[in-house]
Design a binder for this molecule. Structure first.
Ligand code: SF4
Length: 278
């Protein structure tokens, strides 16, 4: 199936105007999944894991809005309660349709992740200069955009990019591959601020594991070249209407499996070709 182009006559698709680390990861994983999510923008069913990630990020964002000495475990519980009140009114949470027991388990697990955070760092000692920081870098033909969980200064005044993860930490052999997103953020910081971050970090809250790397100049120029190459590949796919499925073990978590020829499904036509709804 990977060898067969998937085209609709001479139809070309309009590429997205932006790329982000997550879109880059999606295109690298599977071009068809990228088309469905980033170009057709097909709705994806809510996932407990993603919604819990949103909730925990919201609690930690609130925690770091407090003065350093106020960033206590008790304050974090209040921050989680505030974030919970907020998310309860949002579609992402409502659409999970959790019953009382499932909601209690969901919130208890989020509390565990927030509690775990305090075993990994001393939050009063963290010197954030940006929390949930939107960054945008114009590139030739597109804009590279993303949100950095936390940009901070270390004890030497050097920049550090930190990203919270609520899923499991990868096996040692795969840790460096998971650093691509934070390295891309480091490349963006270097371009925007004129200073290369001294460190990039992934904080795996479930396993209380911190994975760190020191990005080199060649790491960052390599990331820049790679993301430009991916952009050109997206453009080529759009011109030819050719987005091939690339089956992998990640297909088990793909929302579009029913519309994937690798699993016997029929490819949906590009969304702009669908008949208008009455
Ligand atoms: S099921 Fe797998 S191959 Fe098919 S679209 Fe999803 S990620 Fe791609």
């Amino acid at each position: 199936m990977r060898g067969a182009p998937l085209r609709w006559g001479s139809v070309s698709l309009t590429p997205p105007r932006t790329l982000s680390p997550s879109k880059v990861a999606t295109f690298t994983q599977c071009a068809l999944k990228f088309r469905y999510s980033a170009i057709d923008k097909l709705p994806e069913p809510p996932s407990e894991a993603a919604t819990k990630g949103t909730l925990v990020h919201g609690a930690l964002e609130r925690l770091f809005a407090l003065e350093p000495d106020d960033r206590t475990p008790a304050a974090a519980v209040d921050c989680l309660a505030e974030a919970t009140d907020r998310i309860r009114s949002e579609g992402e949470f409502i659409d999970l349709h959790l019953d009382e027991a499932a909601e209690a388990a969901f919130l208890a697990d989020a509390r565990t992740l927030v509690d775990n955070y305090f075993t990994m760092e001393d939050p009063p000692a963290v010197r954030p200069i940006g929390i949930e920081l939107m960054v945008e870098v114009p590139r030739a033909g597109y804009t590279l955009r993303g949100i950095i969980d936390r940009l901070e200064l270390d004890d030497d005044g050097e920049l550090v990019v930190s990203d919270y993860k609520t899923g499991r930490a990868p096996a040692a052999a795969f840790t460096q591959r998971r650093m691509d997103g934070v390295k891309l953020y480091a490349a963006m910081c270097t371009e925007l601020l004129g200073r290369k971050p001294a460190k990039v970090r992934l904080l795996y809250l479930r396993d209380t594991t911190i994975v760190e790397a020191t990005p080199t100049d060649s790491d960052l120029s390599g990331m820049n070249r790679r993301v430009d190459a991916i952009w050109h590949a997206v453009e080529r796919s759009c011109v030819h209407g050719d987005f091939r499925p690339k089956p992998s073990r990640l297909c088990d978590w793909c929302a579009f499996k029913a519309h994937c020829p690798a699993f016997g499904g029929e490819v949906l036509p590009p969304r702009h070709l669908e008949p208008a709804q009455p």
